[in-house]
Design a protein around this ligand. Structure first.
Ligand code: IVH
Length: 684
């Protein structure tokens, strides 16, 4: 196809796609693609239209902020149109917007108000003589839906204004949203309902994939009694049509006024006087978006001076005085190719999704855990589904749920396999009352490999270069059968297995280094059920050697601080098993140190004190700082509470910890003061 034809074809396709997804978004509350993907379609069409102006049509899908509203609610004509905003997808586009603003206000100083862009549903609320009279959705921007009954049930929406003399009329605009915790509660509740439905052989009901859909669905359903149960919230960000209010000169004054009237105005509003500062605000919130209990998808930048706004005016679609800086997506849709199970070192079978690779929040995701049998059932995701994928807490990819509209007609619910995927094909068993399904065959090669991987990992013997791939390779070749075999590995064997000379030397060197790991690391590496690093440390300090622990009675083990009956029983049983005896024998023969216990005799300056460290210190690694605290009898905690004695603040500290310390009056100290604290136990 010649380029011109290709471009025309793509432009036509983009217009269709945008119109279609616009309709899904505004009409049906069940979008099939994420906002970010939609924005990318729009951006691509804009790019093509500006490169090929001959293709621009008079009435473009780009002009319509939303499709006509659904018909189930009474229509409301907006007195002032509820326009959408133009997007800036990156710093360049923000600067381009800034240039256009500057051009419209030649020679004038410009102040910008930066606000968070709340990912919810736009709402207009009207008060007459101080009383709430109308709540309306945006609809197509000209005509919205009357959702007053539902709006009245939202706790954040004042039923009457907090003033002595209320304006005759006041319209405010804001975003209705469901907070993350409220969404989690809502989802849990829906999952429980589905559990009952599944038990009764009824089809599970679709669970909204994200807070936005849940919020929109809750506001745009007919029964206010149901909306009332949904924990919706509101942030107000704009004054609409007014009559009889005070005169304002700036946007931030209107926000102060709204706050005084009793409206929830988001506290994270900054007034700045340069685009650099705007970009700083954006960068900060892009990094910290997950610290907020609600979802934001960007930052809205508004010219503060209302007279300047007047002069800038509007385009057909949006105000020239504001722009939405969109964050890169954290949610994507992709094809779920298959669901498989992996077997962990304790035999636990964990289902996971094999996905058509997709870039989410900056990295490619092709697999995601589905946790357990129940989760797959409750989410009802099936091979062949298009699914929403997101990064939970910004790192772990997670399948949120299926896009039901795209489900193939012949799809069937996925069944948990009853056979282990290893060559022994042993049975997978779900014990009565347990959520997990397990492979019960101890010899299962999958379990064996996972046990060795655990042994060599960071938390265990930390054998550098001995990662998953190395384990699989050597285990598949029958060179290692358990972790004990690592210590009899010879250079010839490794070279025979295809390792290069350099790699072989390095591996043998890291194996050598690992022989002298402290006893507590060795204990953790063994993978004894219930035995974590803290209990391992206590056992190591109390008994001093692996042999002493192995021959201790359950009572002796249980008497150790931080070790209870359960851990003691488990450890005792572990050492009694003949396979484990053989493993311990191989380790001994392989010259692994069994009694490397670091004796600390540091003065107990921090006895009874809890210290929290945040950010990077120059003289201590994270673990080193924690150790220094513990060695002096103190407790190193992960979060700040009223009991925290001091917060040690390094470079790039966590905002949540610092804020909490400020709120609770916990002293914050720098690295130098931390050293002094370790020494003396006192704050300078
Ligand atoms: S101002 C004319 N401020 O984002 C100005 N909008 O993409 C209208 N939104 O339609 C909007 N947070 O639904 C504004 N702090 C904020 C916002 C915000 C979220 C939504 C709103 C708007 C959409 C534009």
């Amino acid at each position: 196809m010649p380029t011109a034809k290709k471009v025309i074809a793509r432009v036509t396709e983009l217009r269709e796609l945008i119109a279609y997804h616009n309709d899904r978004y505004f009409g049906a509350d069940e979008p099939e693609i994420s906002d970010a993907e939609f924005d990318e379609l729009v951006a691509e069409l804009r790019r093509l239209e500006s490169a090929h102006p001959e293709l621009v049509v008079e009435r473009s899908v780009l002009d319509a902020p939303g499709a006509p509203s659904a018909t189930t609610f009474a229509p409301v004509a907006h007195r002032l149109p509820m326009t959408s905003l133009d997007n800036a997808m990156d710093a360049d586009e923000l600067r381009a917007w800034g240039d256009r603003v500057a051009k419209g206000l030649p020679g004038e100083a410009i102040r910008y108000v930066c606000e968070l862009k709340i990912d919810g549903l736009a709402l207009s609320i009207r008060y007459e003589n101080g009383e709430l009279v109308l709540g309306a959705t945006r609809g197509d921007g000209k005509t919205g839906e009357d959702v007053t009954g539902n709006v009245r049930t939202i706790a954040d929406v004042p039923a009457r204004l907090k003033v002595r003399s209320a304006p005759r009329a006041l319209e405010v605009r804001g975003e209705v949203y469901m907070s993350k915790p409220a969404f989690e509660r809502f989802r849990m509740q829906k999952m429980q309902e589905n559990e009952v439905r599944i038990a009764e052989d009824k089809k599970p009901l679709a669970i909204p994939a994200n807070p936005r859909n849940a919020g929109a669905g809750s506001l745009r359903q007919k029964d206010p009694a149901i909306t009332a149960t949904r924990e919706l919230s509101l942030w107000v960000y704009q004054l609409g049509d007014v009559d009889g209010t005070p005169q304002f000169a700036s946007h931030h004054e209107t926000l102060d006024y709204l706050r005084a009237l009793g409206f929830p105005v988001n506290p994270e509003v900054r007034i700045v006087d340069s685009l650099d500062a705007v970009l700083e605000f954006c960068a900060h919130w892009q990094l910290h978006r997950n610290d907020l209990p609600y979802i934001i998808d960007g930052v809205v930048v508004k010219v503060d001076d209302l007279a300047q706004r007047e002069r800038l005016g509007f385009t057909a679609k949006a105000p020239r005085w504001a722009v939405a800086v969109k964050f890169p997506p954290e949610e994507r849709t992709t094809l779920l190719r298959d669901i498989k199970v992996s077997i962990g070192r304790t035999g636990r079978a964990t289902p996971f999704a094999e996905l058509e690779p997709v870039v989410v929040a900056g990295s490619t995701v092709s697999m995601a855990t589905l946790h357990n049998r129940e989760q797959v059932q409750l989410k009802d995701v099936r091979p062949g589904d298009t699914v929403v994928v997101r990064k939970a807490g910004d790192v772990i990819p997670e399948v949120v749920g299926p896009v039901l509209a795209k489900r193939p007609s012949n799809s069937k619910p996925w069944k948990f396999p009853s056979i282990c995927p290893c060559e022994l094909r042993s049975t997978l068993v779900q014990a009565e009352g347990e959520a997990d399904t397990r492979c019960v065959e101890l010899e299962c090669p999958n379990q064996r490999d996972q046990r060795i991987i655990h042994f060599t990992s960071r938390g265990g013997m930390d054998i550098e270069g001995f990662g998953e791939k190395t384990v699989y390779k050597l285990s598949d070749a029958g060179v290692i059968e358990d972790a004990g075999d690592i210590y009899s590995l010879r250079a010839e064997t490794l070279i025979e297995q295809g390792f290069g000379e350099g790699q072989t030397t390095n591996l043998l060197r890291s194996i050598e280094v690992s022989r002298t790991r402290p006893l507590e690391k060795l204990l953790v590496a063994l993978g004894i059920k219930h035995l974590g690093p803290a209990a391992a440390e206590s056992l190591a300090r109390r008994f001093g050697s692996l042999d002493a622990i192995a021959s201790a009675s359950v009572d002796e083990l249980a008497a150790v601080d931080g070790v209870g009956e359960v851990i003691a029983e488990s450890a005792h049983r572990w050492f009694a098993d003949k396979r484990h005896k053989s493993l311990v024998g191989k380790l001994r023969k392989g010259r692994v140190q069994f009694d490397n216990v670091v004796v600390v005799d540091a003065p107990q300056t921090l006895a009874g004190k809890t210290i929290v460290v945040t950010g990077t210190l120059t003289g201590f690694g994270r673990e080193e700082a924690q150790r220094a605290i513990k060695d002096r009898g103190g407790k190193s905690a992960g979060s700040v509470s009223a009991k925290t004695f001091a917060l040690v603040v390094g470079a790039e500290p966590g905002a949540a910890k610092v804020n909490k310390a400020i709120a609770l009056g916990v002293p914050q100290i720098d690295e130098q003061a931390f050293r002094r604290l370790l020494e003396t136990g006192e704050l300078a």
